[in-house]
Write a protein that binds this ligand. Structure first.
Ligand code: NAI
Ligand code: 15L
Length: 283
């Protein structure tokens, strides 16, 4: 079988999406190396032939060792929800810096970075965005993903490491609620999208929203998907009868694209979303 890569690395392999993506990624490489924090990784049953290397992304020396011999990376590792800044700083921001520095020194050619729709979570749900619209992160987590997009841009411009930043919507077996009719990506569509992001020629630095072909999408995906050659096979609309009555509480969580994350943080005295968001509709 012809494979695209000799050694491909998947971080965050013990997580929900890591476990779903391990089999399709194994088909793309002669050697798939998977990584996560030690304890979560020990709980995962891996397919035969997959090499498991525990690593804390916040540990620069360990990340450097992890990337030895790697041509491409699917980077899912890190904190995947909104929360206090310090843990996000370590796992996501420091983790991304360690990853790109090690990638530069180890000669990695391409990264597929699991960014998030929360980079633009402060836009209204009624707005349709392209990846070129101004980032409006909705919290510490979205901010860390914006840092990831920034470092990806830097390492392309300075060092020629290609990155596809996938602003993933809601990757679950089915859309969980009405918002999910706009943000959902099926797990098979995600596997196809990640495969395209790894193998499409000449991507340079690219930001693409990661959703299925949803009728109610918040995002105009045409240009980036064409560049990647991605054609989704699913549409969340199929689930509309079951979920369209499931709404977030009234206010920013229902109004803005980031949904429930707008109800979390910033973990101090001002523990609420800035209501001025509601008046700020400029793109
Ligand atoms: P998850 O939380 O299930 O998996 C993340 C994995 O990263 C966990 O296994 C965790 O142990 C590992 N991790 C955390 N801190 C680490 C550290 N310091 N060093 C090494 N590993 C560490 O998340 P999920 O749902 O699988 O998401 C995967 C990626 O995709 C995440 O980066 C998330 O932000 C992103 N994403 C996911 C979406 C979704 O709908 N599931 C939507 C948008 C983005
Ligand atoms: C994300 O970025 C999260 O990782 C995931 O847990 C979901 O909440 C998703 O976004 C979403 O916005 O639905």
């Amino acid at each position: 079988m012809t494979t695209a890569f000799e050694t491909l690395l998947l971080t965050g392999a013990a997580g929900t999406l890591g476990r779903a993506l391990t089999p399709p990624l194994q088909a793309l490489a002669q050697r798939l190396r998977v990584s996560d924090l030690a304890e979560p990784l020990l709980r995962v049953t891996l397919p035969a032939g997959v090499e498991a290397v525990p690593c804390d992304l916040a540990d620069a020396a360990a990340v450097h060792r992890l990337l030895r011999g790697v041509q491409a990376i699917v980077h899912l590792g890190g904190i995947s929800v909104e929360g206090p800044f310090e843990p996000i700083l370590q796992a996501n921001i420091r983790g991304l810096h360690n990853l790109y520095e090690a990638a530069r020194r180890q000669g990695v050619r391409r990264v597929v970075f699991a960014s998030s729709n929360h980079v633009t979570g402060c836009y209204r749900q009624a707005q349709t965005l392209t990846p070129q619209d101004r980032p409006r992160p909705d919290g510490n987590y979205g901010l860390s993903k914006l840092f990831g997009e920034g470092i990806a841009s830097l390492y392309w411009d300075r060092f020629g490491i290609e990155t596809v930043c996938l602003r993933i919507g809601t990757a679950t077996p089915a859309p969980p609620d009405k918002r999910g009719l706009s943000t959902w990506i099926s797990l098979p569509d995600l596997a196809r999208l990640v495969t395209c992001a790894l193998t499409a020629p000449g991507v340079g630095f690219l930001v693409a929203y990661g959703i299925s072909g949803n009728t109610r999408a918040f995002w105009d995906t045409a240009q980036a998907w064409q560049q990647l050659g991605f054609v989704p096979e699913h549409d969340a609309e199929t689930f509309a009868p079951q979920v369209q009555h499931l709404l977030q509480p009234e206010g920013p969580q229902r109004l803005l694209q980031g949904g429930s994350f707008l109800g979390l943080g910033p973990y101090g005295d001002e523990d609420r979303c800035n209501e001025r968001n509601d008046d700020n509709t400029a793109a």
